[in-house]
Ligand binder design. Structure first.
Ligand code: FPP
Length: 250
């Protein structure tokens, strides 16, 4: 049976976060270098965005480059940046055609100017698209984001723009890089690793975590739909009892 038909379109996660892992191992398995793996990751990226869009996911966030990734060999870092740059340029018509609004979170100003320019061009060109928001986490680390949030809130307190008593979860949400995105409902990580690796820690407080052994370059539409089906089969209780959930669904 077509996997898509098993999906309840009324219960689709609003925001899906993805840790695209396993490019290096995929390449190694083929007797190739790590960069070969990254280059072969693009079909998976495209299929993930397409399938999310097809079923009505409103936001998808891809962990494309972590703050820790700067510690990789320079050759690999440069290859990743170039790959991101050429892919962003190449995919722009596709984004426009499919109503994809591109955003970025993280320390994007640590990237080369040339990259920053292309990124802001794509962000500006797609800003009025509204079918799905595609956020690239670039030089992103969740703890760094939280530190940055605390600094910005503290500045407002010092400047008397905000009172300490006014600080609540909403204020914190509004100061995170993800301030205009819905909470993460589902996090997918490929390659069999079962960690969240400093990705959207605050935003994933109630997310369902889905781990698959598929290596990222092999990840396809049907793998994405498997994750959605599994998500829909889980009971999200947000601290309540099963009985309370059942009553509220009646
Ligand atoms: C993890 O595989 C992947 C990355 C560090 C980078 C993610 C980048 C891409 C998927 C390429 C381009 C992306 C876009 C959005 C155009 P790994 O190298 O850690 O694999 P390993 O764990 O097997 O070594």
């Amino acid at each position: 049976m077509d996997k898509k038909l098993q999906i309840d379109l009324q219960k689709v996660p609003q925001h899906v976060a993805v840790i695209m892992d396993g490019n290096g191992r995929w390449a190694k398995g083929k007797g190739m270098g790590r960069i070969f793996g990254h280059k072969n990751a693009l079909t998976a990226v495209r299929e993930t965005i397409q399938s999310a869009n097809e079923i009505g996911v409103k936001a998808i966030t891809l962990y494309a480059f972590s703050t820790e990734n700067w510690n990789r060999p320079k050759l690999e870092v440069n290859a990743l940046i170039n790959l991101l740059l050429t892919s962003l340029k190449k995919e722009l018509p596709n984004f426009q055609e499919n109503g994809v609004q591109v955003k970025a979170i993280g320390n994007t100003n640590s990237f080369p100017k040339k990259f920053q320019k292309v990124l802001s061009e794509v962000i500006n060109a797609t800003q009025n698209n509204s079918k799905i928001t595609l956020t690239f986490a670039l030089s992103y680390g969740s703890r760094e984001e939280i530190v940055n949030t605390i600094k910005n809130i503290s500045k407002k307190v010092v400047n008397n723009e905000l009172k300490i008593e006014e600080i609540d979860e909403k204020v914190i949400n509004n100061h995170l890089y993800t301030f205009n995105l819905p909470e993460v409902d589902l996090m997918i990580r490929t390659s069999g690793e079962r960690r969240v690796s400093n990705f959207l820690l605050w935003q994933m407080a109630y997310a369902e975590l889905y781990f698959t052994n598929v290596l990222w370059p092999d990840f396809r539409k049907s793998d994405f739909f498997d994750a959605i089906i599994e998500y829909q089969n889980r009971e999200r209780r947000f601290g309540k009892t099963s009985e309370q959930i059942e009553t509220s669904n009646e």
